[in-house]
Design a protein. Sequence first.
Lengths: 510, 146, 330
Amino acid sequence: METTFQNLVLGFSTVFTPTNMLYSLVGCLIGTMVGVLPGVGPLAGISILLPTTFGLDTTSAIILLAGIYYGAMYGGSTTSILMRIPGEAASVMTCIDGYAMARKGRAGPALAIAAFGSYIAGTLSVVGLMFLAPPLARFALGFGPPEYVCLLICGLVVLSYMTGGSIVKNLSMISFGLMGGMIGIDQMSGYFRFSYGITALGDGIGLVPVAVGLFGISEILATAGSPDIREVLKPRFRDLLPSKQEFRDSIGPIGRGTVLGFLIGIIPGSAHIISTFVSYALERKISKHPERFGNGAIEGVAGPESANNAASEGALVPLLALGVPTGPVPAVLLAALMVHGITPGPLFIKEQPVVFWGLIASMYIGNLMLLLLNLPMVGIFVNLLRVPYRILYPTILLFCVVGVYAVNSSMVDVGIMGVMGLLGYLLRKMDFETAPLVLGVILAPIIEFSFRQALAMSGGSYAIFVERPISAFFLVLALIMILLGLKPLIFRKGDWRDRLNEAEKGCDAP
Amino acid sequence: MTIDRVSGAFLVFVGLFVVWERRVLPLGSTSHPGPGYFPLLLAVLLIILGAILIARGKDAKKIRSVSWSEAPHAVAILGCCLFVFLFMEKIGYRLTLLLVLGFLFGVMERIKPWLTLVLTFGFSLGTFWLFDSLLRVPLPRGGWGF
Amino acid sequence: MKLKRMFSVVLAMSCMGIVALVAGQAVAADPYPVRPIQVIVPFPPGGVADLVARPFATALEKQLKQPVVVVNKTGAGGAVGMQALAVSKPDGYTLMVALSSISVMPEVDVMFNRPPVYKLNDFAPIALLSSDPTVLVVSSKAPWKNVADFVADAKKRPGEIKYASSGVYGTMHVAMEMFAHAAGIKLRHIPTGGGGPALTALLGGHVDAIAGGPNVSIAQIKAGNVKVLAGWGDKRIPALSDVPTFMELGYKDVEFYIWSGFFAPAATPEPIIKVLREATAKAVQAPDFKSAMQKMETPIAYLDAPEFRKFWDNDANRLIKSVRNIGKVE
């Protein structure tokens, strides 16, 4: 504990130099901008700036790049709430309740709670990172394919509570998404599946075009021509801040989202968007008024936003403690370190205390800076909403196209975005929820690949799932949750979901 | 004809399509699933779910009651997306966007001509400069290098 | 009125568009280069190709006096970016830095009865930039002390020893199978999503071995997590001087390098290629580039076009033979 404190002092002294503070600020700014831009996420932002960091001192370079990384998580919520376009793939869940709140005139509080939640989650995660990095990383390494499969089965059970509406429709959306996720090269055997000779489909249809298209483009399609006058009043200052009730309602989700996000983030290979889905589903499940979700429940913003910030910092744990990247963004951070001659490995913390503790200290400062940056901007952003929609939506369309194109310099991605936009539009007309589809697209490759990897590891025997302690644990957990979910069906006549279905059918607008 | 029945039919169709297309992919066995295994499982699941929707779909909203009032607008926007997809790499980013934005602002939204021109040129050239020159993210230039 | 309005708008736009077009048109022909150059990297940021391409692009920029921008066009194990280069205009403004897996793709396509996404002679090699032999990495707790132990164990329990790769027919897969074929042993292949996940699988004890890149392994060796049994190069690696090569141990023809090369479309005119070759020769001497590569512990292995072509042909033949031996994986 003593040494940690000393190291922290060392870290802060490194960060408090004018240059490093400047780099932290620049990183956070760029990160927010990158997050706000639809489709372009931290990966693109970091890769663009990577060459410019070659000439910088290592600590400054890492502070800059890391700032972009967690900054993007702050910015991603902005477009999600204001325009229902995920600024960054992980912000998809915020689109649902955040946008609903904006429609009701509560955009300011939504943005503010998102910022607060992100700050608390970010800061707490850094604490976790600081103290628990090495043991957590070791634990995370124990997650192999069998553990993944069982963890995701657990997740799927939780996620079946994610949205209201008919179970059959939700299941079909997940299955449809899972199917979509199977397009592309089968990594186990090298066969191309459903790609019809379009090489660009070889890697699958990609999360960014799907998320932006399904949520953003479909929203534009549905509202651009609609005669509804969008009510935009000049917001009073009071309206920009969350009410006491909203604050109180958010504390729980923020706390739970942080823990959930951090734990999911440290697992190598889990996309941290999964943490937002699980947080949303969890909040919905334990809420006393689940029907509020989807219509502007502040918990649906606070939870997922905290989760994705915590997950992005958790993802740094295996990178810093063991030199193992958990996903594409940590991999680029790894590359940035390698270019400076540092190869992160298990000895990174011991051998490079200046870089490590400088990074940790910069994360505290960075999160604070982002909070101070984002809160005043809430007013500006809300005023953006007052631009007449007729002028706004072609601009949004423009940014979506550019954002999606810029990710991979691929026109095919733009095409996919358009197709998903049309699909999203039709699905809304048919009363289907679109969020499970996105979930399916993300999960499909992971579940199928891990499942087949696990079987390859065991030579075809299914026993591997119960032989290993961690995977057996998750399997049992999933079983318990399924039984708990079935209990009402057995013991009571219909649970809240059936009552919910009745209520929804009654309120259907023609 | 309710929405549930229509969507159910669509799901069944997709399921059948996948079953058909998957013929070329080897199935493998239960202990060594091949590339065709999971798609087949999912296709079967989709067919079952679609069938359930069709069977229980009697009480859902009628398809005639779904409002398509914004459809013409949506079609125009989709048309623009299609145009962008087909032509942006051939005639370049700036030209495509000039045309698309000009169409959307000027024709669809009936914005005053001078404002249309300002917005269109401002956005297409401005964003090109922002991304291509400033951020070094190359955007397509057409056949003439523009 | 609506029609008239539409007409006037379209007319105005077209006039404006033409003016802009004419104004923006590039001045005719030479000298090359007059516009920014794009270098396609068919792999995601942070990978080997990307790490080499970026300092190289910066160094090349100083030589060519035009911006040289790296564009990641990822997908299908690199096929998307490679195909993009094969069909791009051969005017010298679209180039590529790719890895040795370029030689493998067309062969895999042939095996799966697909029309090949590109052919090897769609590309004109300009220069070889770096070349790293892979190394056989196992957990430090493993019972094998050298390759002989490993082979003996594999013969005792065929198909039981697991190894991870970065993807089916990827560099780590082909390299390991090359060795397995030469040693007459059967190993169990667990594909993962990339080099990073493969290393993670080894560290987590889910697999027993990988054929990995030397630079990442070195950090883990220092931490005592792994040990290296042999290398796929023709010489020992300086940083791992007590690790024998497979060739030393008697496995002839077991050579595998993860190399990165600079390519242009085959139809690019000769004078432009000459300019690029000269610029590259100077760029690899640049102190910035050298120091960047040194920090990444990736030795510069520069070969000009004719020698590179010979190297590439040899390497491609070896890889294609190995892929044919692997056959179709189900």
